[in-house]
Ligand binder design. Structure first.
Ligand SMILES: [Zn+2]
Length: 75
């Protein structure tokens, strides 16, 4: 029997800027990759406005803890 990863679904991470100012959070989203849509619901349930992230965003935005915990809890 092949021992491939039993992931129920793929996801990707994308930095999401906060609407109220500088900074933001890196959330996880369902799907193979960002399809360019303006909004998407993060794994943690947050409705996020998506935009092409900059290198800076990737480096400075902290990873969403709720997204991480949710994905970790999945089989
Ligand atoms: Zn999140």
């Amino acid at each position: 029997m092949p021992t491939t990863r039993k992931s129920s679904g793929r996801h990707f991470w994308l930095p999401v800027p906060d609407s109220g100012g500088p900074g933001g959070t890196r959330h996880a989203f369902r799907g193979p990759r960002w399809d360019g849509s303006a909004t998407d619901t993060a794994v943690c349930g947050e409705e996020a406005a998506l935009a092409q992230p900059s290198e800076m965003d990737w480096c400075t935005f902290p990873t969403c803890r709720a997204c991480t915990e949710t994905l970790k809890a999945e089989p």
